[in-house]
Every structure is written in C-alpha cells, then in structure tokens.
Design a protein around this ligand. Structure first.
Ligand SMILES: [Zn+2]
Length: 226
C-alpha cells in the first residue's frame, strides 16, 4: 500500500514540475499566444523597432471625453493591465489616473481620448510627444454597428497594441495573433498563423495582450534578451 502511495505521489510531482504539455494550453491560438517558436517572429517591415520612449514607463490616464459606457475605472484598469503585461519585456511600467488639471510630468506618457489626436482611428501612439490617444468616434461607431459586441475586449486590445509602439515595437507584426499585428498589408498579403483554418474561429484572432512573440521582440528592441 505504501508503495502504491509513493508511486502516485512521485507521478504527481513529475506532472506538476514538468514543462507544460501542449495539450494543456488549449486551442492553437492559445498556444500561439503562449509560445514563440524559433523563426516565428515576422513583421510587415513598416517600421524600425527601437527602445521604449521612456524607462520606466509611467502612463497617466485622462478620462475626459471618454465614451459614457466606459467608466474611468474600466479604462484605467485596462491601461494598467496592458502596462503590467508589457513590463514582462524588462521595462518596468505603471499607470495612474491624471489628477484634475495636473500638468503631464516629463517622462510620463499621457493616455487620452481625442478624435483629433487619434486621427479617427481606434487608437494612435505618438512616439515624439509620447502619448496614447483613443478615438471616441471609432468606439461610438463600433457601439452603433454592433451593440452586442464586448467593447471592453476591443478597448483592451487597442490599448495593448498602441502601448506596444511606445515600448519600441514600431513595425507591425505579420503574426496574426500578436497584439501588434496587422491582418493584411492592403496589397493582398495576409498575416501568418499556424493553422489558417482557425482564423475565423474567434471574432478577433489578435490577442488582447502581448503574446510571447510580442514580448520577445520587445526584449530585443530594449536590449533585454532572455
Ligand atoms: Zn499600430
């Protein structure tokens, strides 16, 4: 009896200490998010990666002009979550609400809602005057066209994507699942994925947070190879 108990215990130990097997990671998309295989990093070549605009990264969120269905808490949480996720690349990052009327301190990154600064897009990162602008009109259009859609997921993805540019990933990824990806280059070329049949398996194939390949590119751009 004690022998059997020992055998079970050591089997349990092996299972819990061993590498996570592929089947435990879920769908192909989940695996693409969790692992970056050798040679898998691919970009559209539309920019040159560079170090983050600041180190550490401090994001200051201004809720003025936000769509009414996003509370300050929801957006700030999304900014914080993206900052924490990107900080895995070796550049520490944090986020806070902008105190009313407070000036933006040098070295911090303003996160704001502005159709002008976002150029009519869902989001736009400005690397020269470090800021991340979200587009109220774009989110309004999404709400009007598809009210059943979970806009918080789109919000998270847009914030994570634009933050990636500020962390130094200037070029867009050609790997569909990367949060820094573009699905197409507008010239008929499509993004890459391990199993093309999976692309329509979810409404948004792109991850809402940086993937293993996004983080690897970020480490390279910031001289923090692992
Ligand atoms: Zn972009």
């Amino acid at each position: 009896m004690s022998y059997r108990w020992l055998a079970l215990t050591s089997l349990g130990l092996i299972l819990s200490l061993g590498a996570v097997p592929l089947w435990a990671l879920g769908s192909v998309r989940d695996q693409e998010i969790a692992q970056c295989l050798p040679g898998e990093i691919s970009s559209w070549g539309d920019g040159q990666d560079r170090p983050a605009v600041a180190s550490p990264m401090v994001f200051v969120y201004d809720h003025t002009a936000a769509p009414p269905w996003f509370s300050e808490q929801v957006v700030l949480s999304a900014v914080k979550a993206a900052a924490v996720a990107w900080s895995q690349c070796g550049v520490s990052a944090n986020a806070m609400a902008r105190p009313l009327g407070a000036a933006i301190a040098k070295g911090t990154v303003l996160v704001q809602w502005s159709d002008k600064s976002s150029g009519g897009n869902f989001g736009l990162a400005n690397l020269t005057q470090p800021s991340l602008s979200l587009g109220p009109a774009a989110f309004q259009m999404l709400q009007t066209r598809n009210p059943a859609h979970n806009a918080r997921e789109t919000l998270q993805m847009v914030i994570s994507h634009e933050m990636g540019h500020l962390f130094g990933l200037v070029a867009h990824s050609r790997r569909c699942v990367d949060v820094t990806s573009y699905y197409s280059n507008g010239k008929g070329e499509q993004c890459l994925l391990r199993d093309a049949s999976q692309f329509r398996s979810v409404p948004e194939y792109r991850s809402a947070f940086p993937t293993a390949c996004d983080l690897q590119r970020c480490r390279l751009a910031n001289g923090n190879p692992q």
